[in-house]
Design a protein around this ligand. Structure first.
Ligand code: SAM
Length: 280
């Protein structure tokens, strides 16, 4: 067994945490990656270039961060848990191209990061992974590529097809902004401590035609969320109940789209939503 084998790495991680007097805080999704091979897969999925600036949310003990720093120009690492400061600072002593930002990634102004990130590579804290990804689509418009570890069900929702149970507002927004480049099922054994859920490392890149939607994006996000706000209702009723549109305007827009007036949000393909957003 080599140092790269998950069980050996896990022992090193557990020993390191003990040495630092740290108990992983699972409320913060602290399941540390103990498989070097997966770190390589993440870097490959993100199609990194040496001039990339990477955003990493949740560097933890900096296993992924150090590998990213070796591969790209600069890494912005955003960590909420200050107990990790000694470990992070020690690991990163030899990586002058990592900037640590302390705080909640959902609350910090990531758009103010300078230089701006071109890729988002993270083993994400699962409780905030979907809002972080969705917010990054419009909030960080210069992001081109993503490789993120998320809970398996969350990964399924990201690129779900219309008409399937997993299809929702997130799937519509993701499929309008991005195309999937790859996905790897990930065993629970590659984390210390192991989580109670399965994971997927998923890669995607910004669609080349996304620029055409950029100005309308806030309105598209509003309409898509309104459309899926009441899943048991028709699309028109959901738009009315959520205060997104009046009944007459919503009905006229659907008629123009040439879809049945009683259609539900989950039956409408992603490409139809920008038109709907424009008409509402
Ligand atoms: N990157 C490390 C690894 O792969 O071993 C740790 C990943 S662990 C799944 C998630 C990390 O995100 C933890 O370090 C946790 O403290 C941090 N975290 C949790 N919520 C956060 C938030 N809202 N903003 C920034 N970091 C957060």
């Amino acid at each position: 067994m080599t140092a790269a084998d998950p069980p050996a790495r896990a022992q090193v991680t557990v020993a390191r945490l003990r040495e630092l007097g740290l108990t992983p805080d699972t409320r913060l999704g602290q399941h540390f990656l103990v498989d070097d091979n997966l770190v390589r897969v993440a870097l490959r999925l993100a199609e990194l270039r040496t001039d990339d600036v990477v955003l990493e949310v949740g560097p933890g003990l900096a296993v992924l961060t150090a590998a990213l720093a070796d591969a790209v120009r600069l890494v912005h690492a955003v960590e909420i848990d200050r107990r990790l400061a000694p470990a992070l600072e020690r690991t990163l002593e030899h990586h002058g191209n990592v900037r640590l930002h302390w705080g909640d990634a959902l609350a910090l102004d990531l758009a103010a990061l300078d230089p701006r990130p071109s890729a988002f590579v993270s083993n994400l804290p699962y409780q905030v992974s979907t809002p972080l990804i969705v917010e990054s689509l419009g909030g960080l418009p210069q992001l081109e590529r993503w490789a993120v570890m998320v809970q398996r069900e969350a990964a399924e929702r990201l690129f779900a097809q219309a008409g399937t149970p997993a299809y929702g507002a997130v799937s519509v927004l993701m499929r309008l902004a991005c195309e999937r480049t790859g996905a790897h099922a990930v065993s629970r054994a590659v984390f210390a401590p192991p989580p109670n859920v399965d994971s997927t490392l998923i890669g995607f890149r910004r669609r080349s035609d996304w620029g055409a939607l950029r100005d309308a994006w806030p309105q598209i996000v509003r309409v898509v969320h309104g459309a899926f706000s009441h899943r048991r209702k028709t699309l028109v009723n959901a738009l009315v109940l959520s205060g997104t549109a009046s009944r007459s305007v919503a009905e006229a827009a659907l008629a123009e789209l040439g879809v049945p007036p009683g259609i539900r949000a989950e039956a409408l393909e992603p490409e139809r939503y920008p038109f709907l957003a424009e008409r509402l």
